[in-house]
Write a protein that binds this ligand. Structure first.
Ligand code: 26Q
Length: 812
């Protein structure tokens, strides 16, 4: 709801917080204290609504969504909350009146970097939309003490620095120690038959406390703030006084640390599974705590557990929270005394699963022995689920053991989380139309044959409050001047921007805003990294996690090609360009880290050569994160979305760039397909192999990258430049691994991601794109068209679809 608050009230609010929380006057306060006072004064407004709304959800008996996710990449909250409460201008004015710079106050807040990339940021956008649409939701995850590492570039490579984001305190969270639960690990189980049925007893198991911390998340003009509940691990007994009294302090401390390490750090692997025990502990820890909380709350409020599915629905964000399923079965049977069928009837109506990955190595599997020793009872329950599921499969595929083996939940010493989800969940969805189809026809084909009604695709979306109103205030104001600001609540109104595309003055203003945002980025880079860039050049941006399939390497090869073109022919016309890369590589992903080295080496070469330094500039932006993205994306002219077709489930950066008036150069992959449909093929630059082309080459093994190397001299030059001493690196062998992987391959799979195949089409389309860019009239219309057509990629549209097809929540 709108919050009419006079500037006087706002000022009093801030000063009051300074005085009561920090014992400071404005003159004495540090910037950090001022930030916290602002945040606390805003928090008061939100918390009041939050408590009221939660009471109403109970009174009206509304169903609540539990969105379970190992990641929530929230970024900063302060300014986003001001935007959503419609108080941004008022707060900015007050801060300025107080002689402060709003930007400096904002920058005091640490990003909540509790996620790796797309999946985590999607969860954060969803909370904003659910709240905006007044749908009751609690997001549940882990209160990682260390978020995703901070990235520094030192001596031409990535260096990871830990992200102790809570060190200066967190004003948004509210600890709820009274709602703590215990989570049990390890030991052996004993089954004891008593007159009231089977009882499970544990020997030698140990428990860890889960303490919830709640954050209110307020959507735009919303009545119903969302809750983000993060669980923190704590040792059950403070110090073990037995050890302590015997003088064994080390042992006493060690027990504590072992428990608390569970919520210590976010694993930095994305789209890649490594079966580590601690990660399994993390997943069970937060899902068990959440399920215990749901059952407890339901019993308190309604008594009868059979009505659980009427009041709760659970979305599993990728397979990481899958253990919520067997955990709820365990609670209903072992603690609430239900039989299998009775418990299964409840559980079978409560869960749905979203898949985010096409990569087979991305599907989560656990070693059965490891699992058994850490979670013996859950393992037992999964075995039963598996037996029943295999019986069901036998009906569909009698005698086809291979097929049943591949679809089983447990087989060959492995527990497969995706299979468990498909077996139990009501709906299984992909995250774009193409991805939804790939799930049906490839990844989960055999399941689709048996359960055709389970599968669907729901295309991702991003919140235009954060990615437009917060990140790009000048553009938001420009749009609001013409069509009002209703589009922030109702994304369909964005279509009305379409009417403005015929107005030259609007298009010129649009490009003025773009220029301003490019200047803002230039100033930001100067300040944070000491790098100078020219806002008069085209800003061509490739920003996302570093992954071979996302093909940062293809872009680097293309820049080497442009470099060569200019060196060999000074007359050639090349549009002055700044190539901006931003990407974190998982610390254990050696090849990804080497690609970063390569980009930095290309930057050094191109930026320092007198023949090219004025027309080609390559910049690697450190520490890509939500806050960096907010400065970078509004400044982009070109959005690079060049993954190998069939590999990017959806992409969401593509949508954020589009919304901010960048033109996409991309493959027909993930949501790019739908972006191209929305803007039309005239307003996007599509190139390269289609998903079917790739599929065919994969199936018949016909792809021979060497042939492209032989036939294309430009490509040959770019590839050779990696290893022939062209690049300024200490060792000629630095990039031989990359070179080798493209031409000869690891384990016989040369160029797994078809870079050489797509190189020539990419270079060609790039050239076409630059000739359009030179024609300013054509370009400005194209750029504005992208913003105008971005309504479809609003997270509000996505949430409506989830709600219609899966959750069926009622708004408060
Ligand atoms: C799982 C088990 C063990 C270790 C790591 C993981 C793990 C962690 C993170 C697996 C996957 C992820 C993250 C995946 C991800 O971000 N996928 C992206 O999701 C976006 C939102 O749907 C899509 O837009 C992207 O296409 C997809 O890559």
């Amino acid at each position: 709801m709108a919050h009419e608050r006079s500037k006087e009230e706002i000022k009093e609010g801030i000063l009051g917080k300074l005085k009561r929380h920090f014992g400071k006057t404005l003159e004495e306060a540090t910037k950090d204290q001022i930030y916290k006072s602002c945040a606390l004064s805003i928090r008061d407004v939100i918390v009041e609504q939050w408590t009221d709304a939660n009471k109403q959800v109970l009174n009206q008996g509304l169903k609540r969504l539990y969105y379970l996710s190992a990641e929530f990449l929230m970024g900063r909250a302060l300014v986003n909350n001001m935007v959503n409460l419609h108080l941004l201008k008022e707060y900015n004015d007050v801060l300025c009146d107080m002689g402060l710079k709003p930007d400096e106050i904002e920058e005091q807040e640490r990003d909540a970097g509790l996620g790796n990339g797309g999946l985590g940021r999607l969860a954060a956008c969803f909370l904003d939309s659910l709240s905006t649409l007044d749908l009751p939701v609690t997001g549940c995850s882990i209160r990682y003490e260390y978020g995703l590492f901070k990235q520094r570039i030192l001596d031409g490579e990535q260096v990871e620095v830990n992200d102790n984001w809570l060190e200066a305190g967190n004003v948004w969270e509210i600890p709820r120690p009274e709602e703590q639960v215990e989570v049990r690990f390890g030991g052996e189980i004993e089954e004891i038959w008593t007159e009231t049925g089977l009882k499970i007893r544990y020997k030698n198991s140990y428990s860890v406390l889960a303490i919830p911390y709640d954050y209110p998340v307020i959507g735009y003009m919303s009545k119903m703030p969302a809750t983000l509940r993060l669980w923190s691990a704590k040792a059950k007994t403070g110090l073990d006084m037995n050890y302590f009294n015997r003088g064994d302090y080390a042992q006493a401390m060690q027990e504590r640390e072992l428990a608390e390490v569970i919520s210590k750090v976010l694993y930095p692997e994305d789209n890649h599974e490594q079966g580590r025990q601690l990660r399994l502990k993390q997943f069970y820890f937060f899902t068990s705590a959440t399920m215990q909380h749901i059952v407890r709350k339901h019993k308190q409020n309604y008594g009868d557990l059979h009505t659980l599915p009427n009041y709760f629905t659970v979305q599993i964000n990728d397979t990481h929270p899958t253990l919520a399923i067997p955990e709820l079965l365990r609670i209903l049977m072992d603690e609430e005394g239900m039989g299998w069928d009775e418990a299964m009837d409840i559980v079978g109506r409560m869960f749905n699963y979203t898949n985010h990955t096409v990569l087979v190595e991305g599907l989560e599997c656990w070693n059965e022995e490891l699992f058994q020793s850490l979670l013996p009872r859950i393992c037992q329950i999964i075995q039963v689920l598996n037996e029943k599921f295999c019986d069901r499969l036998w009906q569909a595929y009698p005698g086809q053991w291979d097929k049943i083996g591949s679809m089983a939940i447990v087989a060959y010493g492995e527990i497969r989380m995706a299979n468990l989800c498909i077996a139990v969940c009501g709906k299984v969805n992909g995250v774009s139309r193409l991805h939804g189809e790939i799930l049906k026809t490839r990844t989960f084909r055999d399941f689709y044959t048996v359960f055709p009604d389970k599968f669907l695709g729901i295309t991702n979306g991003v919140t235009h409050r954060r990615w437009l109103a917060k990140a790009n205030q000048p553009l938001t104001e420009l749009i609001a001047d013409h069509i009002g600001d209703g589009f922030l609540k109702d994304y369909r109104e964005m279509d009305r921007i379409g009417d403005l595309l015929l107005k030259e003055s609007f298009l010129d203003d649009f490009m003025c805003v773009k220029r301003k945002n490019k200047e803002r980025l230039a100033a930001h880079l100067k300040k944070t990294q000491g790098i100078e860039i020219d806002p008069g050049t085209v800003f061509d941006v490739h920003a996302k996690r570093l992954h071979e399939y996302k093909r940062q390497l293809l872009k680097a090869l293309h820049i080497l090609h442009l470099y060569h073109l200019r060196k060999t022919n000074p007359q050639v016309q090349i549009e002055p360009a700044t190539f901006l890369f931003a990407a974190k590589a998982s610390p254990g992903y050696a090849r990804a880290k080497n690609i970063i080295r390569l980009i930095l080496a290309v930057a050094k070469l191109v930026n320092n050569d007198p023949d090219t330094k004025d027309i080609l500039r390559v910049v690697f932006i450190e520490n890509y994160s939500v806050s960096e993205a907010e400065v970078l994306i509004p400044a982009a002219d070109i959005s690079e979305q060049i993954s190998t077709a069939g590999f990017e489930a959806s992409g969401t950066g593509n949508m954020k760039f589009m919304m901010n008036g960048a033109v996409t150069i991309g493959t027909m992959d993930g949501a790019n397909v739908e972006i191209s449909e929305e803007v039309g093929l005239d307003n996007i630059f599509i190139f390269g192999a289609s998903e079917q082309d790739i599929e065919k080459m994969e199936r018949y093994g016909t792809y021979k990258p060497g042939e492209y190397y032989e036939q294309n001299t430009d490509l040959r030059y770019a590839l050779n430049a990696m290893i022939d001493g062209t690049l300024p690196v200490a060792s000629d062998r630095q990039f031989s691994d990359l070179y080798h992987s493209l031409l000869f391959g690891d384990m016989d799979r040369a160029d797994r991601y078809y870079l050489l195949y797509d190189f020539a089409p990419y270079a060609q389309v790039y050239e076409t794109m630059m000739s359009v860019y030179r024609n300013k009239d054509e370009w400005k219309r194209m750029a504005a068209m992208n913003t105008a057509k971005s309504g479809h990629f609003a997270a509000d549209r996505t949430i409506h679809e989830y709600n219609d097809k899966i959750w069926h929540l009622k708004e408060m």
